[in-house]
Write a protein that binds this ligand. Structure first.
Ligand code: CP3
Length: 365
């Protein structure tokens, strides 16, 4: 550990994470504090790439598994046992809060979320009532259970971002071009704003439940917002995202903001109020540093498909991500998007070890 790394972590004194947890490399990096090694975790680290996940999930539909605290705890812990990751991510789905308030939806294997009655008119908005903690008792119970099991490993809570949730609701399922979604955004701005307002409230409530129960950080997955031009993002999405991050501020946990294909949006996304901006694999981290306003840590950004290349290539590319990440005020190593289902877990294990070893060596030089 360098002398820098021993500096007291003074700005975390008022946060829920105290003592050993607050000194975890992941939370330190989120706060742009010195770290003993670059922390690493993987989006979708729990899931289909793990044989133990497939065994536990056998015969249990996705959304049902998200309502069973024992299953949530087990699946969240699986990658933590396997890999030297510096954080766990809560096993759930961005659609869970919508299901919890009564929206008729399913997650179909190989397809994704499918909505029975898409939201397309002002009257349809009535389906989106506010979420209260009693709607998701299984989330509270599972997070509390995990806080005990994880010890000094932080738990990341998460929710879907407003554009991504709106797209599933309006299209009725996954969409390549988001045409109905954008038609509402461009053509019915008042309806669009009311919808995103309700979704922002839902997201705030869902994230608050997770933090109240013991989550140490939160990530907002606005996965598909990269489909929006920067000028429209600023006008039609940013105000809602900003409200979400502002509402989370008093809770004192680091806030991460992620989307795919967001190279052109990194500037405005950096203005939304998160502490950490997630970067997909298309923009090198040193370039992302110049696009995001100062005062942010970055998370990312190895191409998840690189894990299918020979190890020498994986290693070279991972070292390159680390080197570029050192130009950021704080860096959390991750993939540029989620772990692909056919990824070899042994490669992820080796990658987590490499990130720790290589970043420790760097700091000793
Ligand atoms: O390990 C983790 O990262 C935590 C778990 C997690 C899941 N979904 C579990 C899941 C997280 C963080 C999510 C978020 C999520 N869900 C996002 C944002 C992240 C991203 O990838 O951009 C999105 C867009 C969704 C919606 C969704 N849910 C999709 C597109 C799918 C895949 C459908 C398919 O079969 O291809 C899901 C299902 C889902 N969510 C699975 C898992 C592990 C796979 C379902 C299964 O195992 O049967």
């Amino acid at each position: 550990m360098t002398a820098d790394a021993a500096r007291p972590n003074d700005d975390s004194a008022n946060t829920p994470a105290s003592g050993a947890l607050a000194a975890s490399p992941f939370l330190l990096a989120c706060r742009r504090r010195p770290v003993p090694h670059t922390p690493v975790w993987f989006m979708r680290q729990a899931g289909r790439s793990l044989p133990e996940y497939l065994r536990v999930r056998e015969g249990v539909p996705m959304l049902e598994s998200c309502t069973r605290p024992d299953m949530i705890v087990e699946i969240t812990m699986q990658p933590v046992r396997r890999y030297a990751v510096d954080a766990a991510i809560f096993f759930s789905d961005i659609m869970v809060p919508l299901k919890a308030i009564g929206v008729d939806l399913d997650i179909k294997p190989g397809v994704g979320p499918v909505i029975a009655d898409p939201i397309r008119t002002a009257a349809d908005l009535d389906a989106l009532r506010p979420l209260v903690p009693d709607d998701v008792p299984y989330v509270t119970e599972a997070v509390q259970g995990l806080a005990g099991e994880l010890g000094t490993t932080p738990l990341i809570g998460f929710a879907g971002g407003p554009f991504t949730l709106a797209s599933y609701l309006i299209e009725g399922g996954p969409s390549k071009n988001h045409e109905r979604t954008k038609a509402m955004m461009y053509g019915a701005p008042e309806l669009w704003a009311s919808l995103l307002d309700r979704l922002a409230d839902l997201t705030i409530a869902f994230l608050k439940v997770q933090v109240a129960a013991g989550a140490s950080a939160v990530q907002l997955f606005d996965s598909w917002v990269g489909a929006v031009a920067a000028v429209d993002y600023r006008e039609s999405v940013l105000p809602h995202t900003r409200r979400i991050f502002a509402a989370m501020e008093p809770l004192g946990v680091p806030r991460i903001h992620f989307g795919v294909g967001t190279g052109e949006l990194l500037g405005p996304m950096g203005e939304a109020g998160a502490d950490v901006v997630g970067v997909d694999w298309r923009v090198p981290l040193d370039e992302a540093v110049s696009r995001v306003e100062p005062g942010k840590a970055l998370q990312g950004n190895l191409d998840p498909a690189i894990l299918f290349a020979p190890w020498e290539i994986v290693e070279r590319r991972a070292r390159d991500v680390l080197a570029r990440g050192r130009t950021a005020e704080g860096h959390i190593f991750n993939l540029g998007h989620g772990v692909l289902p056919s990824t070899d877990p042994d490669v992820l294990a080796r990658l987590a070890d490499l990130v720790h070893e290589a970043s420790t060596e760097d700091r000793l030089q």
